[in-house]
Design a protein around this ligand. Structure first.
Ligand SMILES: [Zn+2]
Length: 182
């Protein structure tokens, strides 16, 4: 397992719609291992493959002891969502230190393949449901900023650009982050 370099806002791969995985093989299993390793090193609760520069429909979620087990999401699809929505603050490992309130479905049912290629159906609520929606958004090239009002988004993007001043490129080595970023 390898801790991989993160791609941050501005990297084109974050805006790509990732193509599905054709077969769950050893390369995909290694990708899943690297996603978990990188997510945990960065103290995140979810990570999508394009956040480490790989345009494949693969993501992982682990919100910890409050809602086990960790999830492997290969070619995930949300097949049910509640009408009820919740608003909560979100961050993203690809947009460090930027946070915004995002409205999400309170409950989702997701179908995906696991690392053995088995179809798994998972129902999740609250924070875990939020993390799943955030990661599937990544696979479609969507960032949490896109769910905010234009005014709020512009404000946060300006803050982000200011924080990136003097930094080149769109890569970030993983160093400890505040907990709870997706
Ligand atoms: Zn994210």
């Amino acid at each position: 397992m390898t801790v991989r370099t993160l791609h941050v806002l501005g990297s084109p791969v974050l805006r790509q719609k990732s193509p599905p995985v054709a077969a769950v093989d050893d390369a995909v299993r290694r990708l899943v291992d690297d996603l978990f390793e990188t997510m945990r090193a960065a103290k995140g609760v979810g990570l999508a493959a394009n956040q480490i520069g790989v345009a494949r429909r693969v993501a992982v979620v682990d919100v910890g002891a409050e809602a086990p087990p960790p999830l492997v999401l290969i070619n995930p699809q949300i097949v049910e969502r509640s009408d009820e929505e919740e608003i909560a603050e979100e961050g993203c490992l690809s947009i460090p230190e930027i946070f915004g309130d995002v409205t999400r479905s309170a409950r989702v049912v997701v179908e995906a393949l696991d690392q053995e290629g088995r179809k798994v159906r998972t129902e999740a609520h609250g924070y875990k449901a939020r993390a799943i929606q955030h990661e599937i958004d990544h696979l479609d090239g969507i960032l949490f900023l896109d769910h905010l009002s234009a005014v709020k988004r512009n404000l946060l993007v300006a803050k982000w650009k200011k924080s990136r001043k003097g930094k080149k490129g769109y890569l970030k080595e993983v160093t400890p982050e505040p907990a709870g970023e997706l």
